[in-house]
Design a binder for this molecule. Structure first.
Ligand code: GTP
Ligand code: MG
Length: 199
């Protein structure tokens, strides 16, 4: 776990707002709506509800910058919570606006230390997931894949599900895939280690 001195929400960007000036390394969390981005960010911050979550998809509709200051040495970075894609009840105009907002942010690659792409361990990655993966690769980033909700499958299915994920996305060899569960905290230590010593 990270020893955190402080964690606070410092910027919220809507479709029409300008991105904040990059000041600290940023770790972005992307993935389909409801995959568990905000939940993972809470897990990393060791907070129950600083990042708002919901059982209904489409909870996060803005780009939210959480500033983390570590207890030891005082090093600091941002965890950036993005709106999810594939949220079907949003109208096409709204979806297009979110798409532009997210791609504008992710395209500003100088500010990004790493991108975490979250995928639900239970499901075959969707066409949207595949597109997002390819888009990240095209932007010269190697995403860290987080397979969320690992508590929802049997241990005996783990290898099979991870293979399905790797094969469907045709992941570049050496791409990290980390199973994570907000319930059991499986994977938390590994993800924290990546934040402490970024790629
Ligand atoms: P958007 O903001 O809509 O893009 O969704 P999100 O990706 O931020 O998802 P969120 O963190 O709000 O989680 C969606 C739902 O999944 C919530 O009900 C969470 O409690 C649940 N959830 C997230 N991670 C896990 C997990 O590891 N295990 C289980 N069992 N449930 C999880
Ligand atoms: Mg969210």
């Amino acid at each position: 776990m990270l020893k955190i001195k402080s964690a606070e929400l410092v910027s919220v960007c809507g479709v029409s707002s300008k991105l904040p000036e990059p000041t600290l390394p940023e770790f972005a969390f992307v993935g389909r709506s409801n995959v568990g981005k905000s939940t993972l960010i809470n897990g990393l911050m060791n907070r129950k509800a600083l990042a708002r979550t919901s059982s209904k998809p489409g909870k996060t509709q803005t780009i939210n910058f959480y500033k983390i200051v570590l207890a030891k040495g005082g090093s600091a970075f941002f965890l950036v919570d993005l709106p999810g894609y594939g949220y079907t009840t949003a109208g096409p105009a709204i979806k297009a606006q979110w798409g532009r907002m997210v791609s504008n942010y992710l395209g500003d690659t100088g500010r990004l230390r790493a991108i975490f792409l979250l995928l639900d361990i239970r499901h075959k990655p969707s066409a949207d997931d595949k597109q997002m993966y390819e888009w990240i690769i095209d932007g010269s980033h190697t995403p860290i894949i987080i397979a969320t909700k690992a508590d929802k499958i049997k241990k005996s299915q783990l290898t099979k599900q991870l293979k399905l994920l790797r094969d469907t996305l045709t992941l570049a060899s050496g791409t990290a895939v980390i199973p994570y569960s907000s319930q059991t905290k499986e994977g938390l230590g590994e993800i924290c280690a990546l934040l402490r010593s970024p790629l």
